[in-house]
Unconditional design. Sequence first.
Length: 201
Amino acid sequence: MSDLFDTPPDSTELSEEDKEGLIPGHITFRHELNAAEQANILDARVWALGRKHKNLLTEAFLKKLHKQMYGQVWKWAGQFRRKELNIGVPYHQIPTEVKKMFDDVAYWLEQDNGLTHDEIAAQLHHRITYIHPFPNGNGRLARMMADLLLEQLKCPPFTWGTGDHQGDAILSDPAVRERYVQAVKAADGKNFEPLMGFVRS
């Protein structure tokens, strides 16, 4: 499961594997799942944005935010994945990689190493998608984390391809999604130019 690269049609019926850990019993189709997740995420944005988070750059906050975003839909919300996927780091490395990621971001913010706040937020976003710490929802989590960091730095949030501050166009517009996926893949290869061009477009 990956909300970054797998995009089944909205009319697709969910498999039993897809439903594993699903809380609402009435959900049968992908579009119903998308709607439930989006409603949960909108509630999470209200909770997350507009307040100071002292422990933003911590594993505990990452898990808390994921649970806020998906806790009404998935039983495993807020829990790191416990199995291997075809993307992401090996699951047993997730806690170490998450700590390293937040240590790097904190260091970049403290030191004058030439990185702009936009570059730091974009790299935080990319590292979360690269690590893929949760079974699903990592792309949307990464985008919200980037925007939360920018908010704390008193910078405007990213516009994510079409001037949409919530990044919803990535889910609804295939052309925007393709640009996003290609930008993330380029960042996997250490080329951040496409991602930097995308986040403020």
